[in-house]
Write a protein that binds this ligand. Structure first.
Ligand code: ZN
Ligand code: ZN
Length: 480
């Protein structure tokens, strides 16, 4: 048996496996690296204690440089989620639960920064004061903290309690049972086990860039007055599709909703550059909606982010952890234009209403409307949401119990039922994603399915439509 297996995942990213000690190390974790692991067949289905599940990395080695050739090299949130949820390491009933914590190896400043950024990505705002600082009421804060606590199994656990840090300086460090790692030079590491050693080089060569797993066709956005272009119907796991996002065209302006990995390539595929955007609406800061924002930071001509103060705060906190800069500094990367929740906000003549919804991290869905000749035309961007069947299990009647009120549940349900011209829905499935069944009786003109890594089922396709990348839904053809 080979004691150490080394595989290239993509430029600057490698997989090291030592089967004898059950150690699988993802070396380098730019955005979507878990999607690359999937396409390379590294996430094998295993069976343990009668349960079949997808295995994957149980350690990650960070790049010494956070940024290489203009892109982030350390974006480990979805690798961590794979360890926590897909591999079941934090699920008490799962066979992986009894295993040692996964490892995060690297320079101290990078490891600490990643731990913080994962925390904010996982939970968002966790203290009442953080909500009050955003101008929210005590009752809103309490309600949302309780909702998120239920998703978090009643505890906002710090990443440090879920992943063991391994700080690497000049010395050789033992990872587990005779496996050692040592930094030979900047971003070059040597792994040894028994009498075998292999090296990985996480440096990206000049002019080389991390590449996505998906290939996009070239599309053009027609010159309609008000339209929605579908630029992603996948999720953080789907190697064939970009994560859920849309582009709104209104009166000659373009607005992006959410910025997942490889957003510049996505924009390019529909004939746009970041400079052409009049703004970005942000639903929430899970990496499949957030990780591309870094590539949209412009020194001159800053882009405007439209979000509620709570979502803006989660974005600033996550960004400041990731980049190890102050929140004020993050405030200089973008113009922030705060939206009021639950009411119509005017943006260049288009109206937008953010509605807070249930998800493990603070999230709003958006409804956009524009006045046509006789009536308003509307688009609902329902990403990310939770299944009502799951939310129902979170209802508590007694004071002091952690969960949601019946009233909160009814509000979410009635938000789902709003009749629009076009609605794109997260159907990723419970616990933390939406369910197509909740829209089975929806009288909305057209329902578009999104946020999945599996082929849509016949039943889902009976409720909503699957669209291809770059598909355009025209809501108002000509300016009235
Ligand atoms: Zn999400
Ligand atoms: Zn998502």
């Amino acid at each position: 048996m080979v004691s150490i297996i080394k595989r290239k995942v993509l430029d600057g990213v490698y997989w090291i496996e030592i089967p004898e000690v059950d150690l699988r190390i993802l070396c380098g974790c730019p955005a979507d690296s878990i999607k690359h692991c999937a396409t390379k067949g590294l996430l094998k289905i295993v069976k343990e204690d009668g349960i079949e599940y997808e295995s994957g990395p149980n350690a990650m080695l960070l790049s010494d440089d956070l940024i290489q050739n203009g892109s982030l090299s350390n974006v480990s949130e979805f690798v961590a989620y794979h360890m926590f949820y897909t591999q079941g390491m934090i699920i008490p009933t799962h066979p992986s639960f009894k295993k040692p914590n996964p490892l995060m190896i690297g320079k101290k400043d990078q490891v600490d920064a990643q731990m913080e950024y994962i925390f904010y990505g996982n939970y968002g705002l966790t203290r009442e004061k953080e909500f009050l600082d955003c101008g929210e009421s005590v009752s809103f804060a309490k309600e949302n903290i309780a909702m998120k606590l239920r998703f978090a199994q009643n505890n906002f656990t710090h990443t440090r309690d879920l992943i063991d840090p391994v700080y690497l300086n000049r010395k050789k460090v033992e990872l587990r049972n005779g496996v050692f790692v040592r930094r030979i030079k900047h971003n070059v590491f040597d792994f040894t086990y028994k009498n075998k050693s292999v090296q990985v080089n996480l440096n990206l060569r000049k002019y080389r860039h991390y590449q996505p797993t998906f290939v996009l066709p070239q599309r053009t956005i027609p010159d309609d007055y008000f339209s929605v272009t579908h630029t992603g119907e996948g999720d953080g796991w789907n190697p064939h599709k970009p994560s859920l996002s849309s582009i709104i065209r209104f009166d000659g302006r373009f607005f992006l909703i959410d910025a997942g990995p490889y957003i510049k390539k996505i924009l390019k595929a529909v004939g746009l550059t970041p400079d052409q955007l009049s703004g970005i609406f942000i639903t929430h800061v899970h990496d499949d909606h957030f990780a591309g924002l870094f590539n949209l930071i412009r020194e001159n001509n800053r882009l405007t982010i439209h979000a509620t103060p709570v979502i803006r705060a989660t974005l600033q906190k996550k960004f400041s952890s990731l980049l190890s800069v102050s929140e004020e500094e993050v405030g200089r990367y973008f113009n922030f234009s705060d939206l009021k929740r639950d009411v119509w906000n005017q943006r260049y003549g288009m109206e937008v209403k953010p509605l807070p919804t249930a998800h493990p991290v603070d999230t709003t869905i958006f409804i956009f409307r524009v006045k046509g000749k006789e009536r308003y035309y509307s688009y609902g961007h329902y990403s990310d949401i939770a299944a009502l069947s799951w939310l129902k299990t979170m209802i508590v009647d007694k004071k002091g119990e952690i969960g949601i009120s019946r009233k909160y549940y009814e509000t979410i349900k009635s938000d789902f039922e709003i009749v629009l011209d076009l609605k794109k829905i997260d159907v990723g499935g419970p616990a933390i994603h939406g369910d197509a069944e909740d829209f089975a009786a929806d009288r909305t003109g057209k329902l578009v399915l999104g946020h999945s890594h599996l082929p849509f089922t016949e039943r889902q396709l009976a409720i909503g439509d699957e669209v291809n990348f770059g598909h355009v839904d025209t809501l108002i053809k000509k300016k009235p």
